[in-house]
Design a protein. Structure first.
Length: 314
């Protein structure tokens, strides 16, 4: 689920947090870094659970309607198309998913059910939802498309859910787009045959990605003086004190990749940090950072400091 860019963002945030502490401890901050990454899985599970909670809300609504004193014929025999959705049944019955929910004690939507109600009430007003309920029988593909549409058009863009998640855990806001993409991708491929392998994806692509996160964080912190030295003289119009904190960290991370990560291509490093600077720093940061990193790469190439191997030579 994690991309290298998002790992870089997590490291950027962790280095910034480390620098802000009056008594920084690299081991403690490393644990916070890994915990922040692990919490992405919590968010992924919560958003899947939210789909099931909306379905549960629909079933409760049907039950209440049937018990009304003057229930209409439709209320007495309501459509069960949504509450019997085949794809959602696969999720609800998955042992791995349920075990993780229990292990992590993820009961947010039970505790704050009003957010589920907001989504269900919005869903009930949509014409495509009403059309779906008129179907007496549905194919798996129809059920799948319906669930994906709920997620993409009702859940993911909802401002109340966004604010709720931001209030619960600030780092989730950066994780939200990646988790949403991962869920939609998973839903598009999920079937009864592949659920055990597909429903809850691995957080890291491989063990190297986890090690990359740890090593990048440590290299930037432990080599701060050396990395600062590489920046001195490359910023003719800027004193180091005037460089924005995030820009300085981004530069150090880029230089650390040039020096200590031989398998990462130079151009990949520069492109990734330019994109990160556009999103997290000042409007002109990307131009500034691009100029400095290009200058440093040329210098490293001339004096033999760039020791790239394998993929890093690309």
């Amino acid at each position: 689920m994690l991309t290298r860019r998002h790992i870089r963002v997590k490291v950027l945030q962790s280095v910034y947090a480390y620098n802000q502490r009056p008594d920084p401890n690299i081991d403690i901050q490393e644990k916070f870094l890994l915990h922040s990454i692990d919490q992405m899985q919590d968010l992924y599970l919560l958003m899947l659970q939210l789909l099931l909670s909306v379905q549960d809300q629909a079933e409760s609504f049907l039950t209440r309607s049937q018990k009304k004193h003057l229930a209409t014929a439709l209320e007495k025999n309501p459509s069960r198309t949504f509450v019997e959705n085949k794809l959602l049944q696969i999720i609800a019955q998955n042992t791995t998913f349920n075990d993780l929910i229990e292990k992590k004690n993820l009961n947010y939507w039970q505790m704050d059910n009003e957010y589920v109600a907001i989504l269900f009430n919005e869903l009930r007003e949509l014409e495509w939802y009403k059309t779906y309920l008129t179907k007496t029988e549905t194919t798996y593909k129809e059920d799948q498309d319906f669930v994906m549409r709920i997620y993409k058009e009702v859940i993911a863009p909802n401002d109340k859910i966004y604010e709720y998640l931001e209030d619960k855990r600030l780092t989730w806001i950066d994780d939200f787009p990646i988790v949403n993409t991962a869920i939609v991708k998973m839903l598009s491929k999920l079937s009864e045959n592949n659920a055990s392998a597909l429903l809850v994806p691995n957080l890291y692509k491989n063990v190297e990605d986890r090690e990359y996160a740890v090593q990048l964080f440590r290299k930037v912190i432990l080599n701060e003086d050396k990395l600062n030295t590489e920046i001195v003289g490359k910023t003719p119009n800027w004193d180091q004190e005037r460089i924005a904190d995030l820009d300085l960290i981004i530069l150090k991370m880029g230089i650390a990749e040039f020096l200590y990560f031989p398998s990462i291509p130079v151009r990949a490093t520069i492109n990734e940090y330019l994109e990160i600077s556009k999103e997290y720093s000042t409007p002109k940061s990307s131009i500034f950072i691009n100029g400095i990193l290009d200058k440093i790469v040329k210098e490293f190439g001339d004096n033999g400091k760039l020791n790239k191997i394998g993929r890093g030579l690309q």
